[in-house]
Design a protein around this ligand. Structure first.
Ligand SMILES: Cc1cc2nc3c(=O)[nH]c(=O)nc-3n(C[C@H](O)[C@H](O)[C@H](O)COP(=O)(O)OP(=O)(O)OC[C@H]3O[C@@H](n4cnc5c(N)ncnc54)[C@H](O)[C@@H]3O)c2cc1C
Length: 369
């Protein structure tokens, strides 16, 4: 793998405090050089900028683990089929990325750093292009799905039942990107709330965020009979294979995919004595805790340990990654980590320090940094 991690990390650190500004510059460069690419992106670019930065950060941080990085890039490449990305688009993006890094990391920039980035970006583009080239038997880039159920559970919450036009193979705990006809080219991720069903339908629980484009469209402006578009199932969560002990670590809303994994067979359940950890801030975590207690009452092998930084909350005290670091012998476990970007990054670091190999750490970010 041609990634010189220390050079990438050192220079990327200059972008971190000005992430949004740097990503705005990146897309400005890209669209100035290739105006025809603007049409592939949504009208508002804030989420896109956040996702791009998160992907770059992930690439830089996992540059020392070839296996982890290759799996991540393959998923990203397959996901890009949704947008009609072609190999020549990667070249244009890489040029804009180099220009951005050169400008924002000027203090540390040198021919050596430039060469390291050029090589790394080319390598990344190659991995993503390979993954996005569909072979025979590969799933389509997107699915049309009919809304066959729309239950408004609260003013801001709806449960949508969808029937994709073709079978959509997924693992419990995965998510799909969704596009509403109201907002073309605007894609948002939603966890699939059910296990695979014989009738091929899926259920999404959507909470409308104030001023949110897609969530509001799905909760307030979608009816039975409407058609929406789904991307391929994504994400690293899924029932663990084999019989290793399982360590599940969820931060905030990252609990939903893990609950889905735990609920749906053939998941063997966490090993006795190894609890799924859930970091929550009261009172927001209270709903989840009630739900977990119900789950634990049905599954004898499941023990729930709430983790909170604030006092006055039952369970372990501290930040989730630190509680994970105090768990003791976990090197032989299969670990699943799902939650906000920072929590996921730190927890993965602690797991690595505790001796869990990257191939046995499955991670998904549900709230970008
Ligand atoms: C892997 C993954 C799985 C997800 N699963 C689910 C799910 O099952 N159900 C679900 O409802 N959502 C889920 N989300 C969040 C979802 O993808 C959208 O981010 C969310 O619905 C907001 O999109 P929007 O277009 O409505 O809002 P946007 O137009 O993107 O944002 C509008 C405003 O709301 C703010 N905002 C965005 N998201 C949130 C938030 N979560 N809370 C508070 N403010 C916010 C933005 O900063 C912005 O100011 C998931 C996200 C990921 C990454």
């Amino acid at each position: 793998m041609p990634l010189q991690q220390h050079l990438l990390k050192e220079s990327f650190a200059y972008l971190e405090p000005v992430a949004d500004k740097a990503m705005a510059y990146l897309y400005g460069r890209l669209f100035a050089a290739k105006p025809q690419l603007r049409g592939m992106f949504p009208p508002a670019m804030d989420v896109q900028r956040a996702r791009m930065f998160q992907a770059l950060a992930r690439i830089v941080r996992s540059a020392d683990s070839a296996e982890d990085l290759a799996a991540y890039l393959a998923g990203l490449g397959r996901g890009h089929r949704l947008y009609g990305v072609l190999s020549e688009h990667y070249a244009a993006m890489n040029e804009a990325l180099l220009a951005t890094l050169r400008r924002f990391a000027a203090e540390t920039w040198s021919p050596e750093v430039e060469a390291a980035w050029a090589e790394a970006l080319e390598w990344v583009a190659k991995r993503m292009t390979e993954a996005s080239n569909a072979g025979p038997g590969d799933p389509p880039p997107w699915w049309l799905a009919e809304v066959i159920g729309h239950e408004r559970r609260a003013r801001d919450i709806a449960v949508l039942t969808l029937r994709p036009e073709r079978p959509l193979a997924f693992r419990p705990g995965q998510y799909v990107n969704v596009q509403s006809a109201r907002w073309p080219r605007v894609w948002r991720a939603y966890s699939i709330a059910n296990a695979p069903r014989p009738d091929n339908t899926i259920r999404l629980h959507v909470r409308a965020v104030p001023g949110g484009w897609v969530s509001t469209a799905l909760v307030a402006h979608t009816r039975v009979g409407d058609t929406i578009t789904l991307g391929p199932p994504m994400g690293a969560m899924g029932p663990p294979e084999g019989d290793r002990a399982v360590l599940a670590v969820a931060g905030g809303t990252g609990l939903a995919p893990l609950k889905s994994m735990i609920r749906h067979p053939p998941h063997p359940g966490p090993a006795p004595g190894i609890p799924p950890l859930h970091g929550a801030r009261p009172p927001a975590g209270a709903d989840h805790l009630a739900d977990l207690a119900k789950l634990a009452s049905r599954c004898r092998r499941l023990r729930v340990v709430p983790v909170a930084e604030e006092p006055g909350y039952a369970g372990a005290r501290g930040r989730l990654p630190d509680v994970v670091a105090r768990l003791g012998r976990i090197a032989d476990h299969e670990a699943f980590v799902c939650g906000p970007a920072r929590m996921v990054d730190l927890t993965v670091q602690r797991l690595r320090q505790a001796g869990v190999p990257p191939s046995r750490i499955h991670r998904d970010v549900v709230v970008p940094a």
